[in-house]
Structures are given as structure tokens and as C-alpha cells.
Design a protein around this ligand. Sequence first.
Ligand code: NI
Length: 128
Amino acid sequence: MSTSSTSPTPRPVNLLHKVGLIEQPWSPRVVAQMNDYQFKVVRIEGEFIWHSHPETDEAFIVLEGTLRIDLPQGPVYVAPGELYVVPRGVQHRTAAEGEAKLMMIEPEGVLNTGQEGGERTALNDVWI
Ligand code: NI
């Protein structure tokens, strides 16, 4: 899907509908782009890995469930309708007991595992 169209889309993006189409947890999917920033939805369950993004902040908006973001000073719990921004360079680990559905906002090209890489790195720039 092209990200640089100047044509308006015919309808809004329904975030819960889009996140419901994702088959696997921990597989972010792009639903919209604004300038060089992407809006991604993801389902998570269990714990991710500790990582950081030296080049960018990373925003999380919870749609369903409770997101736990482990930070060096301890966990932050983010409920539906709440937003949390992890500053650039700060180590973090996302987690959820049961399932949580999130939207993330970050620049195009940011990998989910940041500096760490490894087997849990998801394909980037996949639209749904
Ligand atoms: Ni991250």
C-alpha cells in the first residue's frame, strides 16, 4: 500500500477492527502514516525483551487490556484510553497478562527490538 498518496482515504481507520485482523501476537502492523511517522497496531501477550531506541521516542496507546511497560525504575501500567511515551534511549520491556491491544506511534523504520535485534524482531513496514 502506498504511504505517500495525496488522495484522501474514503473512510476512517477502525483501530480495534484492524488489530483484530492480526493473526500473531508481537506482530506490529501499520494502519496509517503521517509525514514520516507510522501508526501501528499490535496484539501482545506475555513479555517482550528489554531493548531501547537510541534514535527515537516511542508512544503507546492502549486499546484493550492492560499494558505493562517495564522501565529501569519499575513498571508503568497503561489502561485503555491511556497513553505513555517512552523517551529515546530508555531501556523498556512491554508485557501483558492475558492479551492487550495497542497502538504505537513512531517514525517509519523503527524496529520493535530496537538495538537488540534477534529472533523477536518483527517484519517492518507491513500494512494491514
Ligand atoms: Ni520499544
